[in-house]
Design a protein around this ligand. Sequence first.
Ligand code: DAH
Length: 345
Amino acid sequence: MVIEAFDRVKELQTLITSTEINNKEDLEAFRIEYLGTKNIIKPLFSAIRNIPNERKKEYGQLVNALKQLAEEKFIEIDQLLNAKAANQVEQVDLTAPAEALELGSRHPVSLVLNQMIEIFDRLGFAIAEDIEIEDDWHNFTALNTPQDHPARDMQDTYYILNDPRRLLRTHTSSVQSHVMMTQKPPIRIIAPGRVYRNETISARAHCQFHQVEGLYIAEKVSFADLRQTIYYFAKEMFGATKIRMRPSFFPFTEPSAEVDVWWGCETETDKRITKGTGWLEILGCGMVDPAVLVNCGIDPEKYSGFAFGMGVERIAMLKYQIDDIRLLFENDVRFLKQFKKTAVF
Ligand code: DAH
């Protein structure tokens, strides 16, 4: 009986050391066999009552060592298998060629906008930005367009619900008011940004689009400065050889003008886009009305300035011969992919 118990310990010792464990399943089987709730070492502990007292201690130590042997083997192999699994994940072929990353393309509006920013940067115009949810004063009143002014009808405005004094800016001219209120002349900025108008969406009009506003205020700024600035822009942007200025009206400028660039009238396309005239309208401009300067705290006796404003989508459509403004807002990749080659990074 006693001998049997000792032999059994030895037998299990050999078994534990010799059991081959190659994977998680083997390890689980081992755990159940030697460490589970019904493991085969357990009966050896209860068998201690049959061992004569003088050998009880020796026996107890052997059985404890047996249990420890099983536990250690389990831990060791568990760690080994885990490390192996982790290693497998990292076994990547570092020499394999990388998958090609497909480059996107810049949106035509961004392309044109970046080009505009670059052109005016060369003339020393800094960028000014401001809020799109604007108040009535900055968008209209400061710009010489008080509440009941008929010119307000020129731009259909989105007002914020239940707040007739808050609106989505209808033009980036609103940035002029902010800049003049917070900076001292000389001021030379362009204000690119998104604007909103309550228009029916069609091939020619959208309820949101982008504008670039320009403002130059200093001592003795003249209409000639305005003309030269616009001419430089037209030349750089379109390669235009000449521009013409037609008298126009804007509440915030006096005198005001609309500018056409000479496009040419040779091909059928030229004739179609210029309606047979060879001229294309690109922007509105004028000398800042002294009343606007006064509204924004600038002395009109000392300073004068010019301003201009243009639609970025319009310029992009002319430049890339896009005949439907909606294409610029749909994000159809088949359309956008065409601008890949022109992308500047
Ligand atoms: N704000 C005008 C618009 O939305 C564009 C414009 C015209 C801006 C003449 C100007 C300007 O600064 O002088 O149509």
